[in-house]
Design a protein. Structure first.
Length: 161
């Protein structure tokens, strides 16, 4: 019975978040330059990846997101990394971003403002946002094979766009 309630609550929370719109936001990138969502978003879709340096699944997802970025950057799809490290570990973000050779912009949400606004509860969480700013898909966590699920969803969303 408890499992059913937990699943029902999780599904309800997911559906509630899916209906959200992403408003323009602005954070500094790893070069300390202010960048906005409107400036960085994709023409058709934007993938927003919420991650932290200490998150092992995040570190596994990033190379796969680099590959996805290479495939879709010319097809109107952008990726924006949103790092949510706190004050204690923020100094690790730029070096880790460079060592992982992240190809897409990484913004720093040190107070987790956007994370809270969009009800992101886990790392990594990937949102797909359409050209109108509506969150159309959410994926929490990352395990081997998730890159195929992400690509499948991108393709589905591009066909519907």
């Amino acid at each position: 019975m408890k499992a059913t309630i937990v699943i029902a609550c999780t599904l309800f929370a997911s559906f509630g978040t899916t209906a959200q719109n992403v408003k323009n936001f602005e954070f500094k990138d790893i070069e300390n330059i202010s960048r906005s969502f409107n400036e960085l978003k994709g023409e058709k879709l934007t993938l927003i990846d919420f991650w932290a340096t200490w998150c092992k699944p995040c570190n596994k997802a990033i190379p796969e997101l680099n590959k996805i970025y290479d495939i879709y950057k010319t097809k109107g799809v952008e990726i924006i990394g949103i790092n949510c490290d706190g004050p204690r570990s923020i100094s690790k973000v730029a070096p880790l971003s460079k060592s992982l050779q992240i190809k897409y912009p990484v913004l720093i949400d040190i107070n987790s403002e956007l994370k809270a606004e969009l009800n992101v509860l886990a790392f990594p969480t990937l949102l797909i946002v359409n050209s109108k700013g509506k969150v159309v898909w959410i994926h929490e966590g990352f395990v081997s094979g998730d890159n195929e699920i992400i690509i499948s969803e991108i393709e589905k969303q591009l066909k519907g766009a």
